[in-house]
Write a protein of this length. Structure first.
Length: 287
């Protein structure tokens, strides 16, 4: 028996499996992981699953978490299998828009571009993450997906509506100019975001041509622009962090105090969720 055990402990395969088990159970893991649904992009004749660098950088450097990109497919996904392996969900902005058919509207050419694979990936992940109390931060297109996923609708080309400002990105500027912090939004007292950023007026970098029209029944409006446009929401019955913002905190997450506080709060919620997850045993990991 002693000889057999000695041979086992000196076997390279035993220690390789032990290291794999420790990595899986978190003994050597310092950062939790969030899922980020990807967009479909075409480049040089090929199809790519992509997420902008600014979201990945904010997750790593401001929230203190790692990110897994979730490829966008219109069918075939097991949503729970994805969420079993992560500790949070970050839904990013995009140049594409949620397809109007998903909120009972007719699609017009000017409402595009569309990304049905992104819709089919993000919306089920959002609903299931909320059900499972997995922390959720939804940004720009993400807040619109959150609203649609829970039964709300969107308004297109909002700058054409009476009394609504032009929230689109400015023309003829570089990327920093595009994401410049230039708009005031009002955070409602007593809201979830007020607990992070404080109530009252804050300055943000909001740029969009669509916005929430009918707010989903499960969403609470947290902040609005001066023209009344919804700029932030939270999930009323959520058992974990579940917030959406129309602006872009990811772009200046390392240097702007407001942006950093929002990502830091999300990161804290992700770490709390990861710490509360039941541990996976070494035997389960090796098997």
């Amino acid at each position: 028996m002693a000889a057999s055990r000695s041979q086992t402990l000196t076997s390279p395969s035993f220690w390789r499996q032990k290291r794999q088990a420790e990595d899986f159970t978190g003994a050597n893991m310092t950062k939790p992981i969030v899922a980020i649904p990807a967009d479909i992009r075409s480049y040089d004749g090929a199809t790519w699953h992509a997420v902008q660098h600014q979201y990945l950088g904010a997750a790593l450097n401001a929230a203190g978490v790692m990110a897994f990109l979730i490829p966008a497919f219109e069918a075939g996904y097991d949503t729970d299998a994805i969420l079993d392996r992560v500790d949070g969900l970050l839904v990013s902005g995009s140049a594409s828009n949620v397809h109007p058919s998903l909120y009972g509207a007719e699609a017009k050419d000017k409402d595009g571009p569309f990304d049905p694979a992104r819709d089919a990936t993000s919306l089920p992940l959002i609903r299931r993450a909320i059900d499972r109390a997995i922390p959720l931060l939804a940004i720009c297109r993400g807040i619109q997906e959150l609203n649609v996923a829970l039964g709300g609708s969107l308004a297109s080309e909002i700058h054409e509506q009476p009394g609504i400002w032009d929230h689109r990105r400015p023309e003829g500027v570089d990327r920093d100019g595009m994401y410049a912090i230039r708009q005031t939004v009002h955070v409602k007292e007593g809201s979830c975001i007020a607990g992070i950023l404080g109530p009252g007026d804050i300055r943000v970098n909001s740029l969009h041509r669509q916005a929430i029209a009918r707010t989903a029944p499960r969403l609470q409006v947290e902040a609005t622009a001066e023209d009344g446009t919804v700029e932030a929401v939270s999930v009323i019955d959520a058992k974990a962090f579940a917030v959406g913002v129309q602006w872009h905190p990811e772009y200046w997450a390392e240097t702007d105090k407001t942006s950093n506080r929002l990502f830091s709060a999300f990161g804290d919620a992700v770490r709390d969720y990861a710490a509360a997850k039941p541990p996976v045993t070494a035997a389960q990991a090796i098997s």
